[in-house]
Design a protein around this ligand. Structure first.
Ligand SMILES: [Zn+2]
Length: 224
């Protein structure tokens, strides 16, 4: 089946970190003295923390799947049906069921200029939290395991946010905008990154006039 691209719609905004900060883990390259056991992901050149587009995309996808995809609700695994709106938007992830290419691209989110200035002034771009694991029976911390240190992006940090949606001939764009709006709402109610049950990863995505991205998408759905 030939699929003709009609247009690519771009969305820009700001991802705002609230709650207790945001933790998206990076790779540890041999911790030196005073370094954290669990570093966050950083840009290889600037060494500033960033939020990978794949993390945002994956989280929104999994939240939408747990709400809309029977296959996922049963197995807990990503939907690979290739027929539902989630597969249409995010790609089916399985070459056997793939009907059309993924419509969504999420860019990596780099810290805004304002946030970079705040970090510079503070002399740090992250905070390190020390956590102690308690042995429930003895009421003591595990000598061998804890304390361990975990790094996170501080609450109040802002990141430039952008994604694009490819629209093909015959697409029901209103349906896609509505589903995406729901995805952003679920993300804001849930969390991004690690340790969400401990209050990490509370994020909000707003468009440049300050309105929620979800509201912006619902508006677009009405006009589509
Ligand atoms: Zn599916």
């Amino acid at each position: 089946m030939a699929i003709k691209l009609r247009e690519i719609v771009e969305f820009k905004g700001t991802l705002k970190v609230g709650g207790s900060g945001l933790r998206i883990g990076g790779a540890k390259e041999g911790a030196g003295i005073g370094e954290t056991d669990n570093p966050i992901i950083r840009h290889p050149i600037t060494h500033l923390p960033y939020v990978p587009g794949s993390s945002v995309k994956g989280k929104i996808r999994s939240l939408l799947e747990s709400k809309h995809c029977p296959q996922t609700q049963e197995s807990g695994l990503p939907c690979k049906c290739g027929r539902c709106a989630v597969c249409d938007l995010f790609g089916s992830g399985d070459s056997k069921t793939i009907q059309s290419p993924s419509r969504l691209v999420f860019r990596d989110c780099q810290p805004t200029k304002g946030t970079q200035e705040v970090w510079e002034e503070a002399g740090t771009s992250s905070e390190v939290k020390t956590e102690v694991l308690i042995d429930r029976n003895k009421g003591l911390s595990y000598g061998r395991i804890g304390p361990r240190t975990t790094e996170r992006i501080p609450a109040g940090s802002d990141f430039d946010f952008a994604f694009s949606l490819r629209i093909f001939e015959g697409d029901d764009t209103s349906k896609y905008y509505t589903l995406l709006a729901e995805g952003f709402e679920l993300l804001e109610k849930h969390y991004l990154g690690g340790s969400g049950s401990r209050g990490y990863g509370e994020v909000a995505v707003v468009v440049n006039d300050g309105a929620p991205m979800a509201a912006h998408l619902r508006q677009k759905a009405k006009g589509a």
